[in-house]
Design a protein around this ligand. Structure first.
Ligand SMILES: [Zn+2]
Ligand SMILES: [Zn+2]
Length: 375
Protein backbone atom coordinates (compact mmCIF):
# COMPACT_ATOMS: atom_id res chain seq x y z
CA UNK A 1 0.00 0.00 0.00
CA UNK A 2 1.45 3.35 -0.92
CA UNK A 3 1.71 5.87 1.88
CA UNK A 4 -0.39 8.99 1.97
CA UNK A 5 1.22 12.40 2.08
CA UNK A 6 1.94 13.34 5.69
CA UNK A 7 0.48 16.82 5.31
CA UNK A 8 -2.65 15.33 3.83
CA UNK A 9 -2.88 12.80 6.66
CA UNK A 10 -2.96 15.59 9.22
CA UNK A 11 -4.94 17.93 6.99
CA UNK A 12 -2.45 20.78 7.25
CA UNK A 13 -0.74 22.92 4.61
CA UNK A 14 2.86 22.40 3.54
CA UNK A 15 3.97 25.52 5.34
CA UNK A 16 2.14 24.64 8.57
CA UNK A 17 3.85 25.68 11.79
CA UNK A 18 4.67 23.17 14.48
CA UNK A 19 1.83 24.48 16.62
CA UNK A 20 -0.70 23.78 13.87
CA UNK A 21 0.70 20.31 13.32
CA UNK A 22 0.45 19.52 17.02
CA UNK A 23 -3.11 20.77 17.07
CA UNK A 24 -4.09 18.74 14.02
CA UNK A 25 -2.51 15.62 15.44
CA UNK A 26 -4.21 16.10 18.76
CA UNK A 27 -7.56 16.32 17.00
CA UNK A 28 -6.89 13.14 15.01
CA UNK A 29 -5.62 11.27 18.04
CA UNK A 30 -8.65 12.20 20.11
CA UNK A 31 -10.81 10.81 17.34
CA UNK A 32 -8.90 7.65 16.50
CA UNK A 33 -7.16 6.74 19.73
CA UNK A 34 -7.58 2.95 20.14
CA UNK A 35 -8.71 3.34 23.76
CA UNK A 36 -11.73 5.22 22.46
CA UNK A 37 -12.37 3.06 19.40
CA UNK A 38 -12.36 -0.51 20.65
CA UNK A 39 -14.82 -1.60 17.97
CA UNK A 40 -13.51 0.31 14.98
CA UNK A 41 -10.70 -1.72 13.41
CA UNK A 42 -9.61 1.10 11.09
CA UNK A 43 -9.11 3.54 13.92
CA UNK A 44 -5.85 1.93 15.01
CA UNK A 45 -4.36 2.26 11.52
CA UNK A 46 -5.51 5.84 11.19
CA UNK A 47 -4.02 6.61 14.57
CA UNK A 48 -0.70 5.07 13.59
CA UNK A 49 -0.68 6.92 10.29
CA UNK A 50 -1.31 10.24 12.04
CA UNK A 51 1.32 9.51 14.67
CA UNK A 52 3.91 8.75 12.04
CA UNK A 53 3.07 11.95 10.16
CA UNK A 54 3.26 13.88 13.41
CA UNK A 55 6.64 12.42 14.31
CA UNK A 56 8.16 13.30 10.96
CA UNK A 57 6.67 16.77 10.60
CA UNK A 58 7.61 17.96 14.09
CA UNK A 59 11.24 16.94 13.69
CA UNK A 60 12.93 19.71 11.62
CA UNK A 61 15.52 17.39 10.10
CA UNK A 62 13.06 14.69 9.19
CA UNK A 63 10.56 17.20 7.90
CA UNK A 64 13.21 18.76 5.66
CA UNK A 65 14.17 15.32 4.38
CA UNK A 66 10.53 14.50 3.76
CA UNK A 67 9.88 17.80 1.96
CA UNK A 68 12.87 17.13 -0.23
CA UNK A 69 12.62 13.43 -0.95
CA UNK A 70 9.14 12.40 0.15
CA UNK A 71 8.67 9.11 1.95
CA UNK A 72 11.98 7.87 0.56
CA UNK A 73 13.77 10.56 2.54
CA UNK A 74 12.51 9.36 5.89
CA UNK A 75 12.35 5.62 5.31
CA UNK A 76 14.23 3.62 7.85
CA UNK A 77 14.24 6.47 10.35
CA UNK A 78 10.90 5.28 11.50
CA UNK A 79 11.78 1.85 12.87
CA UNK A 80 10.57 0.59 16.15
CA UNK A 81 7.90 3.08 17.08
CA UNK A 82 4.93 0.93 17.85
CA UNK A 83 2.29 1.28 20.44
CA UNK A 84 3.58 1.52 23.94
CA UNK A 85 7.14 2.21 22.83
CA UNK A 86 9.26 4.66 24.76
CA UNK A 87 9.07 7.41 22.17
CA UNK A 88 5.40 6.98 21.88
CA UNK A 89 4.86 7.76 25.53
CA UNK A 90 6.81 10.96 25.10
CA UNK A 91 4.67 12.18 22.26
CA UNK A 92 1.73 11.61 24.49
CA UNK A 93 3.15 13.54 27.37
CA UNK A 94 4.23 16.26 24.99
CA UNK A 95 0.95 16.78 23.19
CA UNK A 96 -1.70 15.72 25.63
CA UNK A 97 -0.40 16.49 29.05
CA UNK A 98 -2.67 14.44 31.22
CA UNK A 99 -5.75 14.23 29.01
CA UNK A 100 -5.37 10.46 28.89
CA UNK A 101 -4.36 10.25 32.50
CA UNK A 102 -0.68 10.41 31.62
CA UNK A 103 0.11 12.29 34.79
CA UNK A 104 -0.97 9.42 36.99
CA UNK A 105 0.73 6.76 34.94
CA UNK A 106 3.90 8.76 34.70
CA UNK A 107 4.52 8.81 38.42
CA UNK A 108 4.22 5.08 38.72
CA UNK A 109 6.80 4.51 36.04
CA UNK A 110 10.48 4.91 36.74
CA UNK A 111 11.66 8.24 35.34
CA UNK A 112 12.71 8.44 31.71
CA UNK A 113 16.27 9.63 31.20
CA UNK A 114 16.92 13.33 30.66
CA UNK A 115 17.40 14.81 27.22
CA UNK A 116 20.86 16.13 26.56
CA UNK A 117 22.16 18.90 24.37
CA UNK A 118 25.46 18.92 22.58
CA UNK A 119 26.78 22.10 20.96
CA UNK A 120 28.55 21.28 17.75
CA UNK A 121 30.87 23.72 16.03
CA UNK A 122 31.14 23.35 12.28
CA UNK A 123 33.16 25.10 9.63
CA UNK A 124 31.15 26.55 6.77
CA UNK A 125 32.47 23.86 4.44
CA UNK A 126 31.34 21.11 6.81
CA UNK A 127 27.91 22.66 7.17
CA UNK A 128 27.51 23.03 3.43
CA UNK A 129 28.73 19.59 2.42
CA UNK A 130 27.60 17.57 5.40
CA UNK A 131 30.01 15.65 7.59
CA UNK A 132 30.20 12.76 9.98
CA UNK A 133 31.67 13.73 13.33
CA UNK A 134 32.65 11.82 16.38
CA UNK A 135 31.49 13.40 19.58
CA UNK A 136 32.13 12.58 23.21
CA UNK A 137 29.16 12.99 25.48
CA UNK A 138 29.38 12.61 29.24
CA UNK A 139 26.13 10.93 30.21
CA UNK A 140 24.47 8.25 32.26
CA UNK A 141 24.34 4.86 30.57
CA UNK A 142 22.35 1.76 31.45
CA UNK A 143 24.27 -0.54 33.78
CA UNK A 144 25.24 -3.82 32.09
CA UNK A 145 25.91 -6.17 35.06
CA UNK A 146 22.42 -5.60 36.49
CA UNK A 147 20.65 -4.89 33.18
CA UNK A 148 19.59 -1.51 34.52
CA UNK A 149 17.59 -3.02 37.37
CA UNK A 150 19.97 -1.77 40.06
CA UNK A 151 19.80 -5.10 41.88
CA UNK A 152 22.93 -7.22 42.10
CA UNK A 153 23.03 -10.06 39.61
CA UNK A 154 21.16 -13.03 41.04
CA UNK A 155 19.10 -10.85 43.38
CA UNK A 156 15.88 -9.03 42.59
CA UNK A 157 14.32 -5.75 43.52
CA UNK A 158 11.45 -6.36 45.93
CA UNK A 159 8.07 -4.78 45.69
CA UNK A 160 7.81 -2.04 48.28
CA UNK A 161 5.63 -3.21 51.16
CA UNK A 162 4.58 0.31 52.15
CA UNK A 163 2.98 1.24 48.83
CA UNK A 164 2.61 -2.26 47.38
CA UNK A 165 4.54 -1.21 44.31
CA UNK A 166 2.34 1.80 43.56
CA UNK A 167 5.06 4.31 44.33
CA UNK A 168 2.41 6.45 46.00
CA UNK A 169 0.68 6.46 49.32
CA UNK A 170 -2.47 8.17 50.52
CA UNK A 171 -2.01 10.53 53.41
CA UNK A 172 -4.99 11.80 55.36
CA UNK A 173 -5.08 15.48 56.08
CA UNK A 174 -8.28 16.25 57.88
CA UNK A 175 -11.08 15.43 55.46
CA UNK A 176 -8.81 15.09 52.48
CA UNK A 177 -6.84 12.17 51.20
CA UNK A 178 -3.68 13.32 49.47
CA UNK A 179 -1.56 11.22 47.15
CA UNK A 180 2.13 11.45 47.91
CA UNK A 181 5.23 9.69 46.65
CA UNK A 182 5.98 6.72 48.90
CA UNK A 183 8.64 7.74 51.45
CA UNK A 184 9.88 4.16 51.79
CA UNK A 185 10.83 3.57 48.13
CA UNK A 186 10.90 7.25 47.12
CA UNK A 187 8.18 6.72 44.56
CA UNK A 188 9.82 3.84 42.75
CA UNK A 189 7.54 1.09 43.99
CA UNK A 190 10.49 -1.21 44.45
CA UNK A 191 13.19 -1.64 47.04
CA UNK A 192 16.63 -2.96 46.24
CA UNK A 193 18.02 -4.87 49.17
CA UNK A 194 21.21 -6.00 47.48
CA UNK A 195 22.34 -3.18 45.17
CA UNK A 196 24.55 -3.73 42.15
CA UNK A 197 28.21 -2.86 42.82
CA UNK A 198 28.68 -0.90 39.64
CA UNK A 199 25.68 1.45 39.73
CA UNK A 200 24.86 1.30 43.47
CA UNK A 201 21.22 0.58 42.74
CA UNK A 202 20.53 3.37 40.26
CA UNK A 203 20.58 1.08 37.24
CA UNK A 204 22.90 3.46 35.38
CA UNK A 205 26.30 5.03 35.78
CA UNK A 206 28.34 7.98 34.53
CA UNK A 207 30.24 7.39 31.32
CA UNK A 208 31.62 9.41 28.42
CA UNK A 209 29.98 7.98 25.36
CA UNK A 210 31.52 8.30 21.91
CA UNK A 211 29.00 8.73 19.13
CA UNK A 212 29.27 9.15 15.41
CA UNK A 213 26.90 11.86 14.23
CA UNK A 214 25.97 12.29 10.60
CA UNK A 215 25.34 15.96 9.82
CA UNK A 216 23.30 16.40 6.63
CA UNK A 217 24.47 18.89 4.02
CA UNK A 218 23.06 22.40 4.24
CA UNK A 219 22.63 22.78 8.01
CA UNK A 220 22.98 26.21 9.54
CA UNK A 221 23.46 27.77 12.96
CA UNK A 222 20.40 27.07 15.07
CA UNK A 223 19.49 23.78 13.39
CA UNK A 224 19.46 20.75 15.60
CA UNK A 225 19.47 17.03 15.12
CA UNK A 226 17.69 14.69 17.48
CA UNK A 227 19.33 11.39 18.24
CA UNK A 228 16.51 9.38 19.69
CA UNK A 229 17.42 7.40 22.81
CA UNK A 230 20.99 8.74 22.96
CA UNK A 231 20.32 10.95 25.98
CA UNK A 232 20.66 9.83 29.58
CA UNK A 233 19.61 6.30 30.41
CA UNK A 234 16.38 6.13 32.38
CA UNK A 235 16.13 5.13 36.02
CA UNK A 236 15.86 1.40 36.69
CA UNK A 237 15.74 0.47 33.04
CA UNK A 238 13.23 3.17 32.00
CA UNK A 239 13.59 4.55 28.43
CA UNK A 240 16.54 6.79 27.70
CA UNK A 241 16.19 10.48 26.85
CA UNK A 242 17.18 11.99 23.52
CA UNK A 243 20.34 13.78 22.52
CA UNK A 244 19.95 17.05 20.66
CA UNK A 245 22.93 18.13 18.63
CA UNK A 246 22.80 21.89 18.24
CA UNK A 247 24.63 23.34 15.24
CA UNK A 248 26.84 26.35 15.34
CA UNK A 249 28.58 27.33 12.11
CA UNK A 250 31.78 29.33 12.59
CA UNK A 251 32.43 32.53 10.69
CA UNK A 252 34.32 32.04 7.46
CA UNK A 253 37.35 33.99 6.36
CA UNK A 254 35.94 34.84 2.94
CA UNK A 255 32.26 33.99 2.82
CA UNK A 256 29.33 35.37 4.71
CA UNK A 257 26.29 33.14 4.69
CA UNK A 258 22.67 34.17 4.75
CA UNK A 259 20.36 31.19 4.43
CA UNK A 260 21.35 29.48 1.20
CA UNK A 261 23.18 32.48 -0.28
CA UNK A 262 26.85 33.24 0.17
CA UNK A 263 28.39 36.69 0.02
CA UNK A 264 31.97 37.76 -0.51
CA UNK A 265 33.93 40.85 -1.36
CA UNK A 266 36.17 40.69 -4.40
CA UNK A 267 39.07 43.14 -4.77
CA UNK A 268 39.41 44.41 -8.33
CA UNK A 269 42.39 46.33 -9.68
CA UNK A 270 41.40 49.80 -10.80
CA UNK A 271 42.57 49.30 -14.39
CA UNK A 272 40.46 46.13 -14.77
CA UNK A 273 37.58 47.98 -13.16
CA UNK A 274 37.94 50.83 -15.64
CA UNK A 275 38.60 48.87 -18.81
CA UNK A 276 36.84 45.60 -18.02
CA UNK A 277 38.58 42.31 -17.45
CA UNK A 278 38.41 39.04 -15.67
CA UNK A 279 39.04 38.16 -12.05
CA UNK A 280 39.21 34.85 -10.27
CA UNK A 281 36.70 34.46 -7.49
CA UNK A 282 36.58 31.72 -4.89
CA UNK A 283 33.55 29.43 -4.61
CA UNK A 284 33.13 26.47 -2.29
CA UNK A 285 33.91 24.21 -5.26
CA UNK A 286 37.08 26.02 -6.26
CA UNK A 287 37.93 29.10 -8.28
CA UNK A 288 35.85 30.41 -11.14
CA UNK A 289 36.48 33.28 -13.55
CA UNK A 290 34.24 36.29 -13.29
CA UNK A 291 33.93 38.77 -16.16
CA UNK A 292 34.15 42.36 -15.00
CA UNK A 293 32.51 44.84 -17.36
CA UNK A 294 34.20 48.16 -18.05
CA UNK A 295 33.41 51.03 -15.65
CA UNK A 296 32.70 48.76 -12.68
CA UNK A 297 32.36 50.67 -9.42
CA UNK A 298 32.95 49.57 -5.85
CA UNK A 299 29.83 48.02 -4.38
CA UNK A 300 28.53 46.51 -7.60
CA UNK A 301 27.19 42.99 -7.03
CA UNK A 302 27.83 40.03 -9.31
CA UNK A 303 25.55 37.09 -8.75
CA UNK A 304 26.88 33.62 -9.50
CA UNK A 305 23.80 31.45 -9.81
CA UNK A 306 23.87 28.13 -8.01
CA UNK A 307 27.24 28.71 -6.35
CA UNK A 308 25.78 29.12 -2.87
CA UNK A 309 24.53 26.51 -0.44
CA UNK A 310 21.96 23.80 -1.06
CA UNK A 311 19.18 24.41 1.42
CA UNK A 312 18.54 21.54 3.82
CA UNK A 313 14.92 22.66 3.99
CA UNK A 314 13.79 22.83 0.37
CA UNK A 315 16.78 21.44 -1.53
CA UNK A 316 17.17 24.60 -3.58
CA UNK A 317 20.59 25.85 -4.48
CA UNK A 318 21.52 29.35 -3.37
CA UNK A 319 23.74 31.88 -5.15
CA UNK A 320 27.12 33.42 -4.51
CA UNK A 321 27.03 37.21 -4.54
CA UNK A 322 30.39 38.89 -5.15
CA UNK A 323 30.68 42.53 -4.24
CA UNK A 324 33.25 44.52 -6.17
CA UNK A 325 35.82 46.42 -4.17
CA UNK A 326 37.99 48.63 -6.36
CA UNK A 327 41.52 48.90 -5.07
CA UNK A 328 43.57 52.05 -4.98
CA UNK A 329 47.14 51.21 -6.08
CA UNK A 330 49.81 51.44 -3.38
CA UNK A 331 53.64 51.35 -3.27
CA UNK A 332 53.97 53.18 -6.57
CA UNK A 333 57.37 54.01 -8.08
CA UNK A 334 58.12 57.52 -9.24
CA UNK A 335 57.56 56.42 -12.81
CA UNK A 336 54.16 54.94 -12.01
CA UNK A 337 53.17 58.05 -10.11
CA UNK A 338 54.10 60.18 -13.07
CA UNK A 339 52.03 57.96 -15.37
CA UNK A 340 49.04 58.42 -13.09
CA UNK A 341 49.55 62.19 -13.15
CA UNK A 342 49.61 62.06 -16.92
CA UNK A 343 46.33 60.19 -16.83
CA UNK A 344 44.85 62.75 -14.48
CA UNK A 345 45.97 65.63 -16.66
CA UNK A 346 44.42 63.96 -19.65
CA UNK A 347 41.12 63.45 -17.76
CA UNK A 348 41.25 66.90 -16.20
CA UNK A 349 39.91 70.19 -17.38
CA UNK A 350 36.32 71.36 -17.39
CA UNK A 351 34.95 67.88 -18.07
CA UNK A 352 36.87 66.15 -15.25
CA UNK A 353 33.69 65.10 -13.43
CA UNK A 354 32.34 63.12 -16.33
CA UNK A 355 35.03 60.52 -15.68
CA UNK A 356 33.94 60.24 -12.08
CA UNK A 357 30.24 59.36 -11.90
CA UNK A 358 30.09 59.38 -8.13
CA UNK A 359 31.81 62.78 -7.90
CA UNK A 360 29.50 64.16 -10.56
CA UNK A 361 26.41 63.03 -8.65
CA UNK A 362 27.91 64.12 -5.36
CA UNK A 363 28.76 67.63 -6.55
CA UNK A 364 25.28 68.08 -7.96
CA UNK A 365 23.86 67.01 -4.61
CA UNK A 366 26.14 69.40 -2.75
CA UNK A 367 25.11 72.23 -5.04
CA UNK A 368 21.39 71.51 -4.47
CA UNK A 369 22.01 71.38 -0.74
CA UNK A 370 23.62 74.82 -0.62
CA UNK A 371 21.09 76.29 -3.07
CA UNK A 372 18.31 75.15 -0.74
CA UNK A 373 20.10 76.66 2.24
CA UNK A 374 20.55 80.07 0.66
CA UNK A 375 17.07 80.26 -0.75
ZN1 LIG B 1 6.90 2.33 48.29
ZN1 LIG C 1 24.02 -2.00 38.07
Amino acid sequence: MSKRDYYEVLGVSKGAEEREIKKAYKRMAMKYHPDRNKTDADAGDKFKEATEAYEILTDPQKRAAYDQFGHEGVNGQQGGHGFGGGDFGDIFGDVFGDIFGGGQRRQQRAARGSDLRYNMELTLEEAVRGVTKEIKVPTLVGCEPCDGSGAKKGSKAETCSTCHGQGQVQMRQGFFAVQQPCPQCRGKGKIITDPCNKCHGDGRYQKTKTLSVKIPAGVDTGDRIRLSGEGEAGESGAPAGDLYVQMHVRDHEIFMRDGSNLYCEVPIGFTAAALGGEVEVPTLDGRVKLKIPAETQTGRNFRLKGKGVRSARNGQMGDLVCKAYIETPVNLTDEQKSLLRQLEDSCGGVDADKHQPKTEGFLKGVKRFFDDLTR
